[in-house]
Write a protein that binds this ligand. Structure first.
Ligand SMILES: Nc1ncnc2c1ncn2[C@@H]1O[C@H](COP(=O)(O)OP(=O)(O)OP(=O)(O)O)[C@@H](O)[C@H]1O
Ligand SMILES: [Mg+2]
Length: 259
């Protein structure tokens, strides 16, 4: 099967991963268009995080292929995929706690440029990077906290900074695995707002794994449903909300809300 399509930024073909005798991801063939906001939903253990691990190169697949911008990257390591522009959030690991919020964002901006981490660069470029960092912090709702040490941020604001750091590296494909996970009830609306802002700002290709159905249905161009490692549906939020197989496998009581 060769269905490589130039307008797709990412494609997987028959992607599978087993752990011992257990099939975590089972023959998933998906396509993500450039600029698309695609969510992946499914019950706990359905294989969503494993799918992200395969796409980002954290682990090799047991079978299948991954094509990114027309290039077969199946056997390529994670750092190479990250250089190509597959960006994935890693909780807490990317934040420098002793640096300010702004310094964290600026270093992430610089990491994508030639001569990364050169503090002795011309002052004009330093200013440009700082401006980009400012804009990104505004987007993730950390405006006004630029000069605070990152370690003094609340749990929810740290998550926003992680997302900001990821945005600052300007990935071609952004993978967000349950950004609201582990957040207190008070912090969840802020994280949802950040994801909605990323959607509204446009120009990005995003894959989002989330259990918060209202957010998924409001931000997604398409929703893919996983169940026991398989992709059981892929369509518009409206199609997915009405899909009977999805209803019985996962959505349970979720019905589209009026308005
Ligand atoms: N490194 C691993 N070693 C062994 N089994 C694993 C590993 N990673 C995942 N699994 C198994 O693969 C299956 C899919 O797990 P995965 O974490 O991908 O699910 P998920 O859809 O992300 O679930 P959740 O919604 O709870 O995050 C589970 O049965 C899990 O126990
Ligand atoms: Mg998971």
């Amino acid at each position: 099967m060769n269905t490589t399509n130039q307008s797709n930024i990412l494609q997987t073909e028959g992607l599978s991963r087993t752990f011992g005798g257990q099939v975590a991801v089972n023959g998933v063939s998906l396509a993500v268009r450039e600029g698309e906001f695609k969510s992946i939903i499914g019950p706990n253990g359905a294989g969503k995080t494993t799918l992200f691990n395969l796409i980002s190169g954290m682990m090799p697949p047991s079978a299948g292929r991954i094509i990114f911008e027309g290039r077969d990257i199946t056997g390529r390591p994670a750092f190479y995929r990250s250089k190509l522009g597959i960006g994935r959030s890693f909780q807490m690991t990317t934040i420098f706690p002793n640096l300010t919020v702004l310094e964290n964002a600026r270093l992430a901006v610089q990491s994508r440029e030639p001569h990364a981490f050169n503090f002795w660069q011309p002052v004009t470029r330093f200013g440009r990077d700082e401006e980009k960092a400012f804009a990104i912090l505004e987007m993730v709702m950390l405006g006004g906290r630029e000069l605070q040490a990152a370690q003094t941020l609340s749990h929810g604001d740290k998550r926003k900074l992680e997302i900001g750091i990821l945005l600052a590296t300007n990935p071609r494909l952004l993978l967000l695995d349950e950004p609201t996970a582990g957040m207190s009830r008070d912090d969840v609306p802020g994280i949802i707002e950040v994801v909605q802002r990323i959607k509204r700002a446009g120009g990005r290709t995003v894959m989002l794994v989330e259990h918060k159905m209202d957010m998924v249905m409001s931000v997604s161009d398409s929703v893919m449903v996983m169940h026991y490692g398989e992709m059981i549906a892929d369509g518009s939020p409206q199609e997915i909300a009405r899909n009977e197989t999805v209803q019985s496998a996962y959505l349970g009581g979720y019905t589209e809300r009026a308005g």
